[in-house]
Design a protein around this ligand. Structure first.
Ligand SMILES: Cc1cc2nc3c(=O)[nH]c(=O)nc-3n(C[C@H](O)[C@H](O)[C@H](O)COP(=O)(O)O)c2cc1C
Length: 159
């Protein structure tokens, strides 16, 4: 199986409803192909982990890179694996509130005001660590039967 992780910059004008629709459609398509993953959004950017059968993941990624709802797509991780991080999620959308992304970086607020700051892009390849961290959090919350806590931190789009 294949796992891909990329970041991209959201196109302007993509609102909450459009993000929800994107997640719903992605989830439906992915389910049919046994593909899963996580789609994070921080208002300005996306970061996505896609995983599943190699050919299906590659075919979806080909469509994604041509999608005008984002640009500046940077593939951070492409790895084969037997261990799916998000096996139970066909495509869970998590919208991160900017203040929680940036709470430890006051200067970033100023930059964000100027619409210049792209936190994940600026992290480069290290941004992918966030995905692995979220996979651990997911596993721990599931073990504790507390996956509903995700709602407290994110706007969750789960079809
Ligand atoms: C950030 C982002 C993530 C996406 N993720 C997926 C996905 O996981 N699966 C998927 O089928 N399409 C995804 N898409 C949408 C595809 O680019 C494409 O629009 C869609 O697969 C076409 O589906 P349709 O044939 O049902 O219209 C994503 C698009 C964007 C912008």
């Amino acid at each position: 199986m294949l796992r891909l992780i990329y970041t991209s910059v959201r196109s302007s004008g993509l609102d909450k409803v459009a993000f929800e629709q994107l997640c719903e459609n992605a989830s439906r398509n992915n389910m049919a192909l046994d593909v899963g993953g996580l789609l994070l959004s921080n208002d300005l950017e996306f970061m996505q982990c896609l995983e599943g059968p190699t050919e299906a993941v590659a075919a979806i990624y080909k469509k994604i890179v041509r999608d005008s709802r984002h640009s500046d797509i940077r593939l951070l991780v492409s790895e084969t694996t037997d261990n799916l991080l998000f096996a139970t999620w066909s495509m869970l959308g998590l919208a991160i509130k900017p203040q929680s992304v940036l709470s430890s970086e006051p200067i970033a607020y100023t930059l964000l005001d100027h619409r210049l700051y792209r936190p994940w892009k600026s992290l480069g390849i290290g941004a992918a660590d966030l995905i692995y961290e979220y996979a651990k959090v997911k596993a721990e919350l599931e073990k504790a039967g507390e996956i509903g806590l995700l709602d407290k931190v994110f706007d969750v789009y789960q079809p």
